[in-house]
Design a binder for this molecule. Structure first.
Ligand code: GLN
Length: 473
């Protein structure tokens, strides 16, 4: 059952939330030992929440648009009293004193949190193999990765452990795993969804968003979590125009661009390139006009991202000092305690990013690296602005490849970084983007087509996504 169907059934009293939750907990118990989508399952808490929802329905109250819907939460989001590790040893044993706004909104809408999902350590990675607690496997082929960094959330939805999940996306971490697991994944416009309670990786890029099995379910969850939050200073200060009512609007008259630099780039598998072309043809058949467009600076976006994101991470991760959070390795004096805690608590990819970021920000290198990267970011924003004068939305691959085998890219960080070559440009621009399953590639594995829209272009983006979903059948 989709989230939309579950909520309707629970609200009308046709199904009990208790029943729905038990069914999903049973699915988790049966299969998550093999997949490892979850770091923590909060079964008792979920049962209590479900009982409260059933009681509300019995009293004639409406529990809200997510009534009784199980939701999985990426472990980069704070949940009061429930361990939150970001896939890192350094947060081992830490229980946040507060809950992320997005999670509060889900609970307030009648959603039932079932657990915290595995991810690459501090969301740095594209395969979930950088989790300190072991990798997650792709439910469609357990010898392959689910993508990352929100691989646990993508796998949880693909394995039907929960119809909805939250992830966080800094450079592609919702969209790429969604593509690899055959789910829908949405990175909202920067500032559209609250980051309060999202553990910071790269604050100018981080954004929380939904995973779902259908476009309508993704819209349902986005409409619950989006909107102004006074607790997040980067939150856009206006009302969120709900996207759910847009889904039936169709694409007639919309102008769609196929981004050349993201589609014809080296490393994009032929079936992926074909899927984007077919997606364009499907939109044309549905009444849109489709043309090829160019974002010349997109080819430099990946390099700029791998300076900007590590630079911000090197600053954000300075807070893990053995004093304020989680792990502490005791030593003779404070500085040694700080160093030994960080040495023991951070994994290799996180250390690599901290060193890269610190280097890029240091005197003598700042102009050559960090400043240059910010200039590229400005060019990316300008190139998009020029194209969006002519186009309402854009199409590109989400991931250059389908899900790859575990271990295939762990020895070569650069190759792993290239997994996000198609998702990073809209992240740098702060725009909306989402991945929709469209066709299959090597081994019958799912392909995700990416729909890109300008800032606050979610309504048009969801119209295009709904049309692609209908065409994909
Ligand atoms: N895979 C990219 C990285 O490693 C993006 C991660 C993300 O979006 N959190 O930085």
């Amino acid at each position: 059952m989709t989230a939309t169907e579950i909520a309707a059934a629970v609200r009308s009293g046709q199904r009990s939330a208790r029943d729905v939750v038990e069914e999903h907990l049973a699915a988790i118990a049966a299969r998550d030992r093999d997949l490892h989508a979850f770091l923590v399952v909060v079964a008792d808490q979920a049962r209590e929440a479900a009982a409260a929802i059933d009681a509300a329905v019995a009293r004639g109250e409406d529990p809200g648009p997510l009534a009784g819907v199980p939701v999985a939460i990426k472990d980069t989001l704070c949940t009061r009293g429930v361990a939150t590790t970001c896939g890192s040893r350094i947060l081992d044993g830490w229980e946040p004193p507060y809950t992320a706004t997005t999670v509060e909104r889900i609970l307030g809408a009648g959603g039932v949190v079932v657990g915290k999902t595995n991810c690459d350590e501090f969301a740095m990675g594209s395969s979930t193999e950088n989790s300190a607690f072991g990798p997650t496997r792709n439910p469609l082929d357990p010898s392959r990765v689910p993508g990352g960094s929100s691989g646990g959330s993508a796998a949880a939805v693909a394995a039907a452990f929960a119809p909805l999940a939250l992830g966080s996306d800094t450079g592609g971490s919702i969209r790429q795993p969604a593509a690899l697991c055959g789910t829908v994944g949405v990175k909202p416009t920067y500032g559209r969804v609250s980051r309060y309670g999202l553990v910071a990786f790269a604050s100018s890029l981080d954004q929380v968003g939904p995973f779902a099995t259908t476009v309508a379910d993704a819209a349902l969850l986005l409409d619950v979590i989006a909107g102004h939050d006074p607790l997040d200073s980067t939150s856009i200060d206006d009302d969120h125009a709900p996207v759910s009512p847009q889904l039936a609007a169709g694409v007639a008259g919309l102008r769609i661009g196929l981004v050349e630099e993201l589609t014809d780039v080296d490393g994009v598998q032929a079936p992926v390139r074909d899927a984007v072309a077919q997606a364009g043809a499907a939109l044309e058949a549905a009444g849109a006009t489709v043309e090829r467009v160019s974002i010349p600076s997109a080819q430099y976006a990946l390099s700029a991202y791998y300076l900007i994101a590590p630079a911000e991470a090197s600053s954000n991760l300075a807070r893990y000092d053995g004093v304020r959070y989680g792990l502490r390795v005791d030593a003779d004096h404070a500085a040694a305690m700080n160093a030994e805690t960080r040495e023991a608590g951070f994994g290799p990819e996180v250390k690599r990013r901290i060193m890269l970021g610190t280097y890029a920000l240091s005197a003598g290198y700042y102009d050559a690296y960090y400043r240059k990267a910010q200039q590229v970011r400005t060019l990316v924003i300008r190139d998009f602005a020029r194209v969006y004068e002519r186009c309402d939305a854009l199409l590109a691959p989400t991931s250059p490849t389908v899900a790859f085998p575990l271990g295939a890219k762990t020895a070569n960080p650069l190759e792993m970084y290239l997994s996000d070559v198609c998702t990073i440009p809209s992240s740098l621009a702060g725009h909306a983007a989402m991945s929709v399953p469209f066709g299959a590639g090597e081994g019958g594995l799912p392909i995700g087509v990416q729909v890109l829209a300008p800032a606050l272009g979610e309504p048009v983006m969801f119209r295009v996504a709904a049309a692609l979903e209908a065409a994909a059948g």
